[in-house]
Each structure stands twice: as structure tokens, then as C-alpha cells.
Design a protein. Structure first.
Length: 245
């Protein structure tokens, strides 16, 4: 009975049209996710490049940024609405997702730049490259796969958390879940959850392909194998404390 209702919900034409239809809710979800991840990338990646290149203050900066990891998104949402007077709608959920997206990108960027082999950097200096050019033409291209891995982690987390926006009157796929719970329409709840899961999987696969394309020869050959970084957690790889070569 439940699966029949779920199939009927997906195949009802009314659910694919209008402001409350699946395409529009998906577009709202995409807009929110892109704006949150994009804003976080604009802040986190340049800062990560700077601290990673300077080789100073990375641990302290990572600790500060990772405060966002310790704060529940729901708590940030409540603070934005009640204490910061953001009201309801787009901005409270955007702030919560922005804070959520920052740590993986910053941490991975710092770790990736740290992982570029020192002999490669010294060779660039021997060729007369200035520090800014070394960062732009040597460190950044070699570190790109791990930076993209951080963006991938942030994007998937943001897409999976964005349904909370429905609690503060924002749209997106979360509306199906919240509105379905309000009227005990569990087929609609399940349909919304399936759409969020599929969206998250699509983002994971898309960024995974991008990361693979940016990895020379299919492996991260530009990084020294087995460098232990216990002070920095690496996102998007199987061994957080090791930069893999």
C-alpha cells in the first residue's frame, strides 16, 4: 500500500507543475545550495591557500573554522531567526549552510597545499619564480584534486541539510518532507527524502568525476606519500590524517 501511494505521488502530474511542483522545488534547493557552497568557497579556499602557502598559523586557523563543524545547523538556524533578527525565509538557512560548508573546504585546501612536495617548490624557486607565481602555477594545480574533494564534501553536506530551510518558510525539497509530515502524507515525506538523496548522490558523482579529471595519471602523484598531519583533518579521502600519494 505504501509503495503504491509513493508511486502514485511521483506519477501524479500535479506534482510536476506549478510553484509547489518537483521541478520548482528542485530549482529552489539548487539555488540555495549553490549560493551557500559558492559563498563558502569564495571565503574558505583563498584563506586556505594563504595559510597553506605561508606554512604558518594553519592549525589555529583550522581550529577556528572548525567551530562551524561543532555547531548544529539547526542551532545556527534558530540563532539567525531569534537572536540575529534575520527573520524567516532564505537568509537564516543560507547562513546555517554557509557555516556548515566552510570547514571541509578550508581544511582540505590547507592540507593540499601543505602536501605539495618541498622539492617541487624548491625547483620552482630555483627557476626564479616568485612566491605568488609558485602558489598560482605550481602549488594550486597540484593541490586541485584535494581542494575539489573538500568542495565535494561541503556540497553533499549542504544539499542533505538544506531541507531544514522548510522550517523557516523557505522552499526547496524540504517542503515535501515538512508539509507531508503536517498532513501525515507519508508518501510525500518519502518522496521528498528520495529526491534529496538522489540530488546528494548526483552531486557526489559529479564532483567525483571532476576530481578524477583533475588528478594527473589517475593518482595524486604530486604529494609525498605518508605525510602525517594529525593536526588537520582531510575531507573526502579514506584516511583523514594522511596525505595520500
Amino acid at each position: 500500500m505504501f509503495f503504491s501511494n509513493l508511486f502514485h505521488w511521483f506519477t501524479t502530474s500535479a506534482h510536476w507543475h506549478g510553484t509547489g511542483g518537483i521541478p520548482n522545488r528542485l530549482w529552489e534547493h539548487l539555488q540555495l545550495s549553490v549560493l551557500a557552497v559558492g559563498a563558502a568557497a569564495i571565503v574558505a579556499v583563498p584563506l586556505g591557500l594563504l595559510f597553506g602557502h605561508l606554512r604558518r598559523g594553519a592549525f589555529a586557523a583550522t581550529t577556528v573554522v572548525n567551530v562551524g563543524r561543532a555547531l548544529p545547523s539547526f542551532a545556527i538556524l534558530a540563532i539567525a531567526v531569534i537572536s540575529l533578527n534575520f527573520g524567516i525565509g532564505f537568509w537564516p538557512i543560507w547562513l546555517a549552510l554557509f557555516v556548515l560548508a566552510m570547514p571541509p573546504m578550508f581544511t582540505n585546501t590547507v592540507t593540499a597545499i601543505h602536501g605539495v612536495r618541498q622539492d617541487v617548490i624548491e625547483s620552482a624557486r630555483g627557476m626564479g619564480m616568485r612566491p605568488r607565481r609558485i602558489l598560482r602555477d605550481v602549488e594550486l594545480p597540484l593541490a586541485a584534486p584535494l581542494i575539489i574533494a573538500g568542495v565535494r564534501t561541503s556540497a553533499v553536506q549542504v544539499i542533505a541539510t538544506a531541507p531544514l530551510g522548510a522550517l523557516v518558510a523557505w522552499g526547496g525539497l524540504g517542503r515535501f518532507i515538512i508539509d507531508g509530515l503536517a498532513v501525515q502524507d507519508y508518501a510525500q515525506v518519502a518522496g521528498g527524502a528520495i529526491l534529496v538523496a538522489l540530488f546528494s548522490i548526483a552531486a557526489e558523482l559529479g564532483f567525483g568525476l571532476l576530481e578524477r579529471r583533475l588528478t594527473p595519471g589517475g593518482k595524486r602523484s604530486s604529494f609525498t606519500p605518508g605525510i602525517r598531519r594529525p593536526d588537520i583533518q582531510l575531507e573526502g579521502v579514506s584516511k583523514p590524517s594522511t596525505v595520500v600519494g
